[in-house]
Design a protein around this ligand. Structure first.
Ligand code: 13P
Ligand code: SF4
Length: 331
């Protein structure tokens, strides 16, 4: 049985992490988290494991145990380069599949197998076959928020950080950009190509409205509004900057607006606030229930048991690796 007490050793080892997180967690609560942080970090070293964590992980994971943090593109790049024996993917299932496809010789764990995604579930490989019949010779650009099977049926992948670049690089005047209709709307505004799409959307970002943004501006003088391209077009029209989660973070850290609101999943604002205590972040909470399935106790259990492991059919893995790799080569 692992000792998960808040001992002096745990307190001392986790003190630098608590220094970053002290505005996020009260001390009494931190005492319940710190033993997990300590044990996860110890076990990671023992097993030569690496924790890849998406920007939507809660601050205890993001600042406490992650080795690499970032957007979908950064995590895919990190997986491709990793020399760890075990990858623990702290994010949703399609991210773990991408890591597995890029590292078939490694053990890829996801702390909760049920961590899905409304966008990824909106399309199947069969749907792509039908789209190809309807639009012959039109290249299929697939957002990485999709299953490995869907990626395997695609010509190239993209992320929210490189969608415009990928579309503009295509040797065709018309492209199919699936499955996120809002990312397609955003891309259409930054290209001369005809962008066809699919009826998929993210259940988190589609909840934001232009009225929300108008209210933030009325209530908070001089506020900068930074939005993710999975938001509807009328929301993005009201924003000062649009980009992937990593691009949103880079924007606020470079521009350092004194007041800012991030129109995206709420843990990201908590993580940015912890790293930038001088910045005033207005924090609306639109939470992704899939991302929130990943918790410290589940990460510890995954490391201890080396389960649940993500498996991919080798043929699907190989076929999905081609469009992912094409994207990585172009980014
Ligand atoms: P990025 O971090 O790649 O911008 O993606 C956002 C997202 O919704 C991931 O599920
Ligand atoms: Fe999927 Fe949206 Fe959650 Fe990202 S935030 S995992 S796109 S439902």
């Amino acid at each position: 049985m692992t000792n998960l007490s808040y001992t002096t050793e745990v307190a001392e080892a986790t003190a630098p992490i608590y220094e970053i997180l002290k505005d996020q967690f009260e001390e009494k609560y931190w005492e319940t988290l710190a033993p997990y942080v300590y044990e996860i970090n110890r076990l990671k070293k023992e097993k030569n494991a690496v924790i890849l964590a998406h920007n939507y992980m809660t601050p205890d994971i993001f600042h406490g145990v992650a080795d690499i943090v970032g957007d979908s593109l950064a995590l895919a790049r990190a997986a491709a380069k990793s020399d760890a024996d075990i990858i623990v993917q702290c994010g949703v299932h399609f991210m773990a599949e991408t890591s597995k496809a890029l590292c078939m010789n490694k053990k890829v764990l996801i702390p909760d197998m049920k961590a899905g995604c409304s966008l990824a579930e909106s399309i199947t490989a069969k749907d792509i076959a039908l789209l190809r019949e309807k639009y012959p010779n039109v290249p299929v650009i697939t957002y990485v928020n999709s299953s490995a099977e869907v990626k395997a049926a695609s010509d190239i992948c993209c992320t929210s950080g490189n969608a415009v670049k990928i579309v503009n690089s295509m040797d065709s005047d018309t492209v199919l950009m699936i499955p996120d209709k809002y990312l397609a709307d955003y891309t259409r505004q930054h290209t001369t190509k005809k962008v066809l799409t699919w009826e998929g959307s993210c259940m988190v970002h589609e909840r934001f409205t232009p009225e929300d943004i108008k209210k933030f501006r009325e209530k908070h003088d001089g506020i900068q509004v930074i939005a993710h391209p999975e938001c509807p077009k009328d929301v993005l029209d009201e924003a000062d900057f649009t980009g992937s989660t990593q691009q949103m973070i880079e924007y606020v850290e470079n521009e350092r607006p004194p007041r800012v609101v991030l129109i995206t999943e709420c843990s990201m604002s908590d993580n940015v606030a912890a790293a930038n205590p001088d910045m005033e972040l207005i924090r609306p909470c639109q939470m992704c229930p899939h991302m929130k399935r990943i918790t410290l106790p589940k990460i510890l259990k995954a490391l201890q048991t080396e389960e649940p492991e993500v498996f991919l059919d080798p043929a699907i893995a190989e076929a999905s690796r081609i469009p992912i790799q094409k994207m990585l080569d172009l980014s």
